[in-house]
Design a protein around this ligand. Sequence first.
Ligand code: PMP
Length: 423
Amino acid sequence: MSDTAALKARRERLLGRNMSLFYSDPVHIVRGEGVWLYDADGRRYLDCYNNVPHVGHCHPRVVEAIARQASTLNTHTRYLHEGILDYVERLTATFDRRLDTAILTCTGSEANDIALRMAQAVTGKTGVIATDHTYHGNTTAVSQLSTRMPPVGGFSGHVRHVPAPDSYRPLGGTPGDAFSAAVAKAIADLQESPFGFSALIIDPFFANEGFPDLPEGFLDATVAAVRKAGGVVIADEVQPGFGRTGGHMWGHQKAGIVPDIVTLGKPMGNGHPIGGVVAGSDTLNAFRQAFRYFNTFGGNPVSCAAAMAVLDVIDDEALIDNAREVGAYAKAGLDRLRHKHDVIGDIRGSGLFFGAELVLDREKKTPATDLATRVVNGMRERGVLMGKLGIHQNATKIRPPMPFSRENADLMLSTLDDVLSGL
Ligand code: PMP
């Protein structure tokens, strides 16, 4: 048996079946540095996928911050410690001044779980609206929001799904109006139900939905409808947050809205497990009053040190500017490939989160879902790691660590050109 086959068999025996694994020929990574990953044979891969090592794999400043704090103190949050305070102060300074308090967690799922309960505490209602192609996490409560895998026993009645915005195959009408009309209808429906209307939860960049290109002000009417109905807006920043989209620290800032609650995760600790919920103090205090909440590991000194180092590096290495510049450069390169390869139907995204939607027929926009899988595997064979996502699972997902350079983009583009030429 090959090493890969043996590891796969061992993984399945110890961790169970159906645990997701990328690529038809899985990669056995043993080391990372910056935008590069190295496998067990020493082969180097350009990482165009991973947003968790936000400031680069094993960034020395994050590693040093973790090591320093881990060798000084690590404990839960029932003692006084400056680490969590300094971090929350620094973090909330990047938000609208109304969003001035935070709860720290270990994952994005926990953060969204808290956000839903905060909305309950504020409104006294439980009904939630989400898009029909979203993902907000893995707890019992938040997995009710995802349509991909219906929960055992079916969906409970308090969730309404609205069609995810799709700039390539729009629903018709003005995009913002179509979305806000669907949300208004769902609000009315919940208000008629025993659950009432509590919250709209969206990723303001709609990353898992395939990051549609949306006009300025797209969410304005939707946010107004939510507020008019006495509900709260939850912005899930697990994907677009920390400057990923270039030019803005937060996806909701790019979308031009101020949410009531913001949730954070993935990139926050550069791989160290830390997430969080940011909200106004009234909202947070209402939650603390309605629910007794303690999280053993959330906000521990080591996690806060890692997260603080991430903010330092984002600033010191001007990574948000880099995301804007290199993202625009790479997107322009993809556009050139579109003129050469008919299979590229649409190019979308912002900053270092972009990709191409692959189609079998440009006129009919027929999703090339299987072909997208072949492209992703072909890239992996040639040493470039990326993924796919979207409503039809046919959009390439390019979301590299933030120090991604123009040279890295050139390598990604020339490899993609090769793969598409060989189809
Ligand atoms: N929200 C969004 C938008 C996500 O994409 C994810 C994870 N992919 C989560 C929440 C859940 O985060 P975690 O896996 O850290 O629980």
